[in-house]
Design a binder for this molecule. Sequence first.
Ligand code: SF4
Ligand code: SF4
Length: 164
Amino acid sequence: MIDDLEELPQKAREKHTENKKFFAKLKKRVPKDLDYVMQQLHVEEFERTDCLTCANCCKTTGPLFTNTDIERIAKHFRMRPSQFIDQYLRVDEENDYVLQEVPCAFLGADNYCSIYDVRPKACREFPHTDRKKFQQISNLTLKNVAICPAAFNIVEEMKRRIKL
Ligand code: SF4
Ligand code: SF4
């Protein structure tokens, strides 16, 4: 269990090799009920986790913005998509639109998202732990456990419950 966010990167580093091995085995031997187990683990963890006391994803990384995200959010601000891009986004090494800076400009001091209803798809889906075929996003998950305490706990519980 992670209680202190400051500890998380170090804890994730300590678990990295073990997690990498676990996901390598998981890909080779995918349990038939993996989608079901992940759904259960995700729901259980988010019943205990209050994202409003955390917001670490919004503070430290931020999402990718798809063109659909950009059009929707720009429309919300009554801006042209190009204006929105100039004001808030940059293109990263992988040619994706990302935030110019973190914490995210749309995160309030109370940890509420000021564009919650129109937020990017990646924000809605983060940390992707209820995704079907979870074994396919193991590289992303290996990174996310260092950012998201809920993802960290879910992976720890996965290793306890899924014997490979
Ligand atoms: S999704 Fe994870 S990192 Fe983001 S606020 Fe919730 S617990 Fe924190
Ligand atoms: S858009 Fe909202 S949910 Fe997404 S990173 Fe910014 S504050 Fe967080």
